[in-house]
Design a protein around this ligand. Structure first.
Ligand code: ZN
Length: 244
């Protein structure tokens, strides 16, 4: 679920530093986490970091704090639950002023934040398992436009229930999404595919949050996920062409 998006010299990270993997997912490799915190290429010049929600397989507050301390221009945007977990660890104003906690209710209209080369929009969509599991978790779907040109959407651990996407239905089509990154379970359910194809309608979608056991080669995968684009290996990349 950790992804970097690069467009020209504008770079953002989603859920980049976490430790928990439940023996199901790939953790962030130790050397990659160290390089990222140090700002070594290709992790240099990051403009903003987005955290989808406060779960250990998406954010480790201490690692994110290390990144904010080492890279003094990065701004962090996170649901207040995650932001406050990071704030608790630090008293340095130079770090605190870059930690932006967003408070949104489920179904509430999105916030818009303009920041240099970024247009940041966020809306809250319940965590997968709704309403029985994790219903208190503030899961944010970030839609970020880089250089007024390229729009990407990271869904965190969003639930596939279509009702979550009906409340602010105009929002999803207000701006064209060139790349959506849903958790891979969107591809596994008809409802998830309908939300993706009917509501969000991205030009391209790449599934994330894929268990380690899913083979890297599409041909080796179970049939129901063979036709979809998935991130399966830490450090892999895609080049996405933005069409007019
Ligand atoms: Zn989660």
């Amino acid at each position: 679920m950790g992804v970097m998006i690069e467009r020209g010299s504008t770079k953002v990270l989603f859920d980049p530093l976490f430790k928990t993997h439940f023996d199901i997912y790939d953790p962030v490799p130790t050397n990659m986490a160290a390089a990222l915190i140090a700002g070594a290429q290709p992790w240099d010049g990051i403009d903003a970091v987005f955290i989808s929600h406060y779960h250990g397989d998406h954010v480790d507050p201490e690692m994110v704090l290390a990144l904010l301390r080492a890279q003094t221009t990065i701004r962090l945007f996170a649901p207040e639950q995650a932001a406050s977990a990071i704030r608790k660890l630090v008293s340095d104003a130079r770090v605190l002023e870059r930690v932006h906690g967003l408070v949104l209710a489920n179904g509430e209209a999105a916030v818009d934040i303009e920041l240099d080369s970024l247009l940041i929009e966020a809306t809250r969509v319940p965590h997968a398992g709704w309403p029985n599991r994790h219903s208190h978790v503030e899961n944010l779907v970030f839609r970020v436009t880089l250089d007024s040109t390229t729009t990407v959407m990271h869904l965190g651990d969003a639930d596939t229930g279509h009702e979550h996407y009906d409340t602010a239905s105009g929002y999803w089509q207000e701006r064209r999404t060139h790349l959506a990154m849903p958790p891979y379970w969107f591809f596994l359910s008809e409802e998830g595919r309908e939300v993706l194809n009917g509501r969000i309608q991205p030009d391209h979608a790449i599934g994330m949050h894929v268990p380690s056991e899913v083979p890297d080669q599409a041909a080796d995968r179970p049939e129901e996920i063979r036709e979809f684009d998935l991130f399966t290996k830490p450090g892999e990349s895609r080049k996405i062409l933005v069409k007019d």
